[in-house]
Design a protein around this ligand. Sequence first.
Ligand code: GMT
Length: 377
Amino acid sequence: MKIGIVCYPTFGGSGVVATELGMALAERGHHVHFITYKQPVRLDLIANNIHFHEVFVEEYPLFHFQPYELALSSKMVEVVEMYGLEILHVHYAIPHAYAAYMAKLMLKEKGIDIKVVTTLHGTDITLVGSHPNYKTAVEFSINNSDVVTTVSESLKKDTLRLFNIRKDIKVIYNFIDFEQYLEINSEECKRHTIANENERIIIHVSNLRPVKRAADVIDIFYKIQKEIPSKLLLVGEGPDRENIESQAKALGILDKILFMGNSNEVSKLLCYSDLFLLPSETESFGLAALEAMAARTPVISTNSGGLPEVNINGVTGFLSNVGDTDDMAKNGIYILRDIEKLQQFKQNALDHAKQFSLENVLPDYKEVYRGVIANCC
Ligand code: GMT
């Protein structure tokens, strides 16, 4: 198949899923064309069957806002025509689904029937997309996609609750390419470079936006380290970084926290870790939690959104109400205190993560593509 993938190229989960999906398809002989404003962070351009088309937006003094959607839809038309693409798979509704619809109309005038698959990832529905400023256009774009998928049952419910949707929505979960985890799951990690022998290593990975409740991460860690000697690895950059640094300093625990910034080697950092904290306000799925579990790291998370579909309470970690940092710290201490219990949770986390392997999930996307090409969905 010849597939165009449109995504955000940054460190966010939607870009990661889109990139891993495209690379997996290309490895299996499909021709995959990424169309976005920058090379996606995890994209390996040297691989076979991968193409990258950069979308440029010209600066012009009249523009207060650069018209990215226009440049994107023009680029989609150009690439579809040039390379004979059959499908445009757009990740994140805003503005990708809208731009794809425009491309579809332009191509129709040229006698080309391009199919549009839209994957909704979360904040495009729950936080941004349902805002009155965008809602009409997002609803329109979803209803005019040929196929719509969400990354969890919870996000499907939210989409149907927040918008007037006239289409079927297919749930296709986030996935993990375990090939990338073989090494870290088989090797002894050199954790002594990070912590002393008697210390546990706790980790949080996110874009440090308000939805991630990074202040709760510090609060939970503060409570855990009073009982259990530990270090916190904080991976990612974002608007809350300065606030949480000040919070950690005020609590006297700054020296126990390593701010790692954005990293392309999250799986290696997870290898060091005993516990993953994800106290988000909401997560449609929580790819970061799944990546942790694939690296044998149990998860302390909230019970909101799709997190209960990924993190199984009392098995792979624990779920708590949003903001209940006492409960999250208590659960963390329970897992970390006893080495045998910790090993059991680690094994459970890995076992459950396997359900979301690339091999299990990729066929669902392929079925969607084949169905839409055959026009039978
Ligand atoms: O979590 C973020 O802020 C990034 C965001 C994105 O769109 O890149 O992640 C969303 O998509 C991921 C991949 O499908 C999901 O695993 C995340 O749970 C989801 N984030 C939220 O719903 C907050």
